[in-house]
Design a protein around this ligand. Structure first.
Ligand SMILES: Cc1ncc(COP(=O)(O)O)c(C=O)c1O
Length: 428
């Protein structure tokens, strides 16, 4: 648990790196208060401390009329982040080309440094972009490969990435070999074996989704990556759902490439993402949108987007401050506590099929359940129609039901209401 002094140092580092007074984090006092609360409790003990989490809930502006349990799709930002976007937007509109390209743009390098520090990597390996799709597609489309080269992935990987690899298969004659996963999976030895069994001398890349979006399954990314590296195979990790959700550093995964969205678990503004490439691999990846030196080993070659919303990008800094104020370990423990709170009860109900393992090793905040005799769409529409609970209907491969995703602002009252809804559904 960070001490008060550590927290102050961290906060000062993030805020102090800003070059301009107008770019400083808004309401740092509030963040400091959050950072200081519950200092003497372990992350696990704090996970069920409603007084502490009440403070965090107050930072958000979510609707009291609907209960949003689809934070897996995209997450709201706390007020401090929304305010920053608005401030930067107003500033930019005073003279866009001056304030965006000469003033706000100066925040990019400090932000890169702070994101790198948070991810446990070098700033020279971090590109700031719009989402996980952009990051992962940069590798998928930009890695030089030849006809007959093989890729390993599974059918529960995210559709955008499946589509991108399949386009290369179609155009260039690559071959995708699919791992057949049975979800939920509680045997990591078996999962790793399924990946290893597909590795051949022609395999060039293993694509791993760290947390599968459909049911929240955590895959043993590091173990699969180690097996791939033993055989000279590169590893691309889709961290869209694990970054700022599980407590880890990018280097812990032992991968070569990593992409994530920041508008999911970091609660950064919508349309923000991050891309990490191991330094020695940067030069060989051709950017999606090239600059004048596509073979350069400068990570900034991946940021040649053209005119972009600088207000979105710069407010990532406030979201990062907010995350640091809570702390990764506390956040992971709370998210798992919230999932367990409803899922363990729901699992006991007749007709409920829990499609997510409730063992800590295999899931965090996300869980998927079905109800015998009811299709995904019906469960979702009943939950929304009768209880105003917003979830995500998911019918994918063998899954048929809804995904429920709480976030740090979710209250136990929201989850009690969900349980009422599930109980009602079992009686239909
Ligand atoms: C596992 C996974 N990867 C990638 C993405 C793509 O994220 P984005 O739409 O922010 O690019 C998602 C989005 O839900 C996801 O769940």
């Amino acid at each position: 648990m960070p001490s008060r002094r550590n927290f102050l140092n961290k906060a000062a580092l993030v805020a102090g790196s800003s070059l301009l007074p107008t770019l400083k984090a808004f309401s740092m006092d509030d963040l400091l208060k959050i950072g200081n609360l519950g200092q003497n409790k372990s992350a696990t003990a704090l996970a069920s401390d409603e007084d502490y989490w009440w403070q965090i809930q107050q930072a958000y502006t979510v609707s009291p009329q609907i209960i949003n349990l689809n934070n897996g799709g995209v997450s709201p930002s706390p007020m401090v982040v929304q305010n920053a976007v608005e401030r930067y937007n107003k500033l930019a509109n005073e003279a866009p080309s001056y304030y965006m390209w000469r003033i706000l743009d100066q925040g990019r390098e400090p932000l890169r440094e702070n994101l790198a520090k948070y991810g446990g990597v070098s700033p020279e390996e971090i590109a700031i972009n719009q989402n996980a799709t952009e990051a992962l597609d940069t590798v998928i489309m930009g890695l030089p490969l030849q006809k007959g080269d093989e890729i390993i992935m599974n059918r529960y990987d995210y559709p955008n990435m499946l589509h991108a690899w399949r386009q290369r298969e179609l155009r260039e004659g690559l071959k995708i070999n699919y791992v057949e996963l049975d979800l939920p999976a509680e045997d990591n030895d078996l999962v790793v074996k399924k990946y290893v069994d597909l590795m051949t001398p022609r395999t060039k890349v293993v694509h791993i989704t760290h947390i599968i979006n459909w049911n929240g399954q955590i895959l043993p990314a590091k173990r699969i990556a180690e097996e791939a590296h033993k055989r000279g195979i590169e590893v691309l990790v889709d961290g869209a759902h694990s970054f700022a959700h599980l407590d880890y550093k990018i280097t812990d995964l032992d991968c070569d490439y990593f992409g994530t969205s920041l508008h999911k678990w970091l609660s950064a503004p919508i349309g923000s993402g991050m891309f990490w490439v191991k330094k020695e691999k940067i030069s060989k990846i051709f950017p999606l949108i090239p600059n004048d030196k596509p073979n350069s080993d400068n990570i900034r070659k991946f940021e040649n987007l053209g005119t972009r919303p600088f207000m979105i990008e710069q407010a990532i800094g406030q979201a990062l401050n907010f995350q640091l104020a809570i702390g990764n370990a506390r956040k992971e423990a709370r998210l798992r506590f919230l999932k367990d709170y409803w899922a363990k009860e729901a699992k006991k109900l007749p007709k409920v099929k829990m499609n997510t393992s409730l063992k800590a090793e295999f899931s965090g905040a996300l869980a998927h359940f079905g109800i015998e005799g009811l299709e995904a769409g019906k469960i979702e529409s009943e939950l929304f129609g009768k209880f105003k609970i917003h979830t995500s209907p998911i019918k994918w491969e063998k899954l048929d039901g809804v995904r429920v995703t709480p976030h740090v602002y979710t209250t136990l009252g929201d989850l009690d209401r969900l349980l009422e809804g599930v109980q009602y559904l079992t009686k239909l």
